[in-house]
Structures are given as C-alpha cells and as structure tokens.
Write a protein that binds this ligand. Structure first.
Ligand SMILES: *[C@@H]1O[C@H](CO)[C@@H](O)[C@H](O)[C@H]1NC(C)=O
Ligand SMILES: *[C@@H]1O[C@H](CO)[C@@H](O)[C@H](O)[C@H]1NC(C)=O
Length: 335
C-alpha cells in the first residue's frame, strides 16, 4: 500500500466526500478499499455501536437489541454502526433479492439513530449463501446505509478501523468438518488470498497515522465462548497486529459479549456477538482475572473515542450497562 494517504491529503478527500456522497471510496494501491468517515461532532469525538451475529427476522431478541441500540445510538449521536458478521442466518442471502435483507436488516434497525452508515464484515454463515450478494452495489442501492465488503479500512480521524475477512483462515470450513457448503467465489486459491490479505493488512497498519488502531473480524482471537480461540488467526494474524501497535481486536462468532485482557498481549480483545440467538451456556477461560466481562446473553457494545481516550460500554437486551472501561494514551501523531 505504497500510496497510503498522508494527513495532508485529508482535506481533498473530504471535499470529494462532500461532493460525491457522505461516504467516499478513496483511491488505493492495494486490494483493501479505504473509506473516509471523519468525526462530525463539535468536540471531535467519534461514537459508534458494534453488533454481531444478528439476522434472524427479529427473533431471539434481535428486535429488542435493535431497539436498545436505537436508544443508545440516539443518546450518543452515533456516527456509524459496525457489524462483526453473521449478518443473515442460517445461510447468508440467497441473492440480492432475498427478502431476508429487508426482514432481518431494514425492518429491524428502524430507529432514526441507526440510519447511519453500517460497516459490515462477513461471517461464516454469510459464506453459506450467495456471498457476493452481500457485497453487491445492488444492495447498497436498496439501502444506502449498508456496506459490506470482505476487507476494507475506515479512516475515522483519530481511529483507523481495519475490517478483515477472517473466514478463509479457518481450516474447518475447507475440510468440511461441519458438513456445510461455503461459497468461496472470489477467495480461491485460498493460500494466495490469505497471504495477499496479510501482506495488505501489514502494509496498511504500517502506513496508518491514526492514534488508535482497531481491527474487526468475525472470528475471535481470544474467546471464552463455545468456539474458543481461533487457532489459525492466533498463529497467522495476531503477530502482525501486535507488531503494528493495534489497540483493539473486535469480533463476533461467539454469541455473547466479552472483554479479555491478557498479560501476554497489549491488545484488548472484545466480542460483540450478541445480536440475536445467545445463551450457549459455555464459559471457559483459564485465568478469571483476564476475563473482564463474559455475558452469555444478547446485547451490543458502544465506543466513544477521541484523540487520547477510548470508552467502551457493553449493554444487555434491556439497555442496562454490563461493563464499561476506558483506555487512554498520549497523542503521538497529529491526525
Ligand atoms: C431474551 O432476553 C431475556 C432477557 O435477557 C431472556 O430472559 C430471554 O431468554 C431472551 N430470549 C431468547 C430467545 O434468548
Ligand atoms: C457429517 O456427515 C458425516 C457423514 O454423514 C457424519 O458422520 C458426521 O457426524 C457429520 N458431521 C457433523 C459435524 O455433523
């Protein structure tokens, strides 16, 4: 990613953004597209919600979570929403005209505060359908707030969010251990896809000027839930994140809310996978001191971030706060 923008390019990009739409696709020299979404609030802070594992026609408390997201979203004036994947159960979308898009997304997240840009990655269940449907401009034309791509970057001023497609890393989906079929259109050959992605991610992280770096993927790196740690991602991606000063790794996949902080990694590991079906009844982590939150039920997470402080809050299905924590760090780059 030799053509990474420096800070001086931002005003031009911003003009472009204003001229074309509220969301601009910036030129890029690699496979990973970049979107500019600067904070719009007077105090310069950025606020957003994170939800995962949700699309079930409102069932399993999906509608209740959506309603509370609307309330918190209103209170915080959120700039956008991040989805950690498994957007449509059980098997993704059948195509761009699948009514599930309307039934599980458009008609569920109806609160005014949620009519903002959604940035989504794909989950394993999304790969069980017509995977390219979710990435399609046809869907974006139907719902301008929808944006799902395999891997992309959101440049949000003091924060860069690296949205990463973690599905191709997971061996089980290729050995058919679960007897499910996956649509690998656009992913094969697998090893080249993975090595290109890791190289692009490494370069993009290295060129990031943001004070905060967050990586979002569907699969957990560290999880006390039923799926546990994702070994392939621990082995292949975690070293790159640690080498490049990533602050937060955010995922879904386990249908719960959790915050794990370990002595062996500077990264905070956050799961927001409580968008609908939950209560698996599994919690398994060797060191209870490292498990800052484990909540087995439905809910979502909010983030408020400015140049030097990041505040995270987890909420349950009724909007009650389960866990909140903050991180501060000195400003070492002018964004
Ligand atoms: C919905 O949420 C309530 C409150 O947490 C919980 O008691 C109930 O079991 C949930 N329903 C489902 C289907 O998970
Ligand atoms: C997959 O199918 C095989 C053969 O029918 C069966 O033995 C196995 O239990 C199935 N695995 C899962 C995880 O369902």
């Amino acid at each position: 990613m030799a053509g990474a923008r420096d800070a001086s390019a931002a005003p031009l990009a911003l003009c472009l953004a204003l001229a074309l739409s509220s969301l601009s696709l910036l030129p890029t020299f690699a496979e990973i597209d970049r979107f500019l979404h600067p904070p719009a609030k007077d105090d310069g802070s950025l606020t957003f919600l994170v939800v995962g594992d949700w699309g079930r026609q409102g069932l399993y408390n999906q509608s209740e979570v959506a309603a509370q997201m609307g309330v918190v979203g209103e209170r915080m004036g959120v700039d956008f929403v991040v989805s950690t994947g498994d957007n449509f159960y059980e098997n993704g979308l059948t195509g761009v005209h699948d009514p599930a898009f309307d039934e599980s997304f458009s008609r569920i997240y109806v609160a005014p505060s949620l009519q903002k840009q959604w940035f989504s990655v794909l989950g394993n269940h999304d790969y069980r359908g017509d995977v390219e449907a979710q990435l399609s401009p046809v869907l974006r034309a139907m719902e301008s707030r929808w944006l799902c791509l395999r891997s992309f970057i959101v440049n949000a001023g003091m924060l860069d969010i690296f949205m990463v497609d973690t599905n191709p890393f997971v061996d089980e989906y290729f050995t058919n251990a679960g007897n499910n079929t996956y649509d690998w259109t656009g992913v094969l050959p697998r090893q080249k896809y993975i090595s290109d992605l890791l190289e692009d991610l490494d370069l993009a992280l290295k060129s990031s000027r943001a004070n905060w770096k967050m990586v979002v993927g569907h699969h957990p790196i560290k999880s006390a839930g039923v799926h546990g740690n994702t070994k392939e991602i621990v082995d292949q991606m975690l070293p790159i994140l640690e080498a490049n000063g990533v602050d937060f790794y955010v995922n879904g996949h386990d249908h719960c809310l959790q915050h794990i902080s370990t002595a062996d990694s500077p990264i905070q590991f956050l799961t927001s996978g409580g968008g609908s079906k939950a209560w698996r009844g599994v919690v398994n982590w060797p060191n209870p001191d490292e498990l800052k939150l484990y909540y087995d039920g439905q809910g979502f997470m909010s983030v408020k971030i400015d140049a030097t402080q990041a505040d995270f809050v987890f909420y349950d299905v009724s909007g009650s706060v389960l866990h909140s924590w903050s991180r501060t760090k000195p400003l070492y780059s002018i964004v």
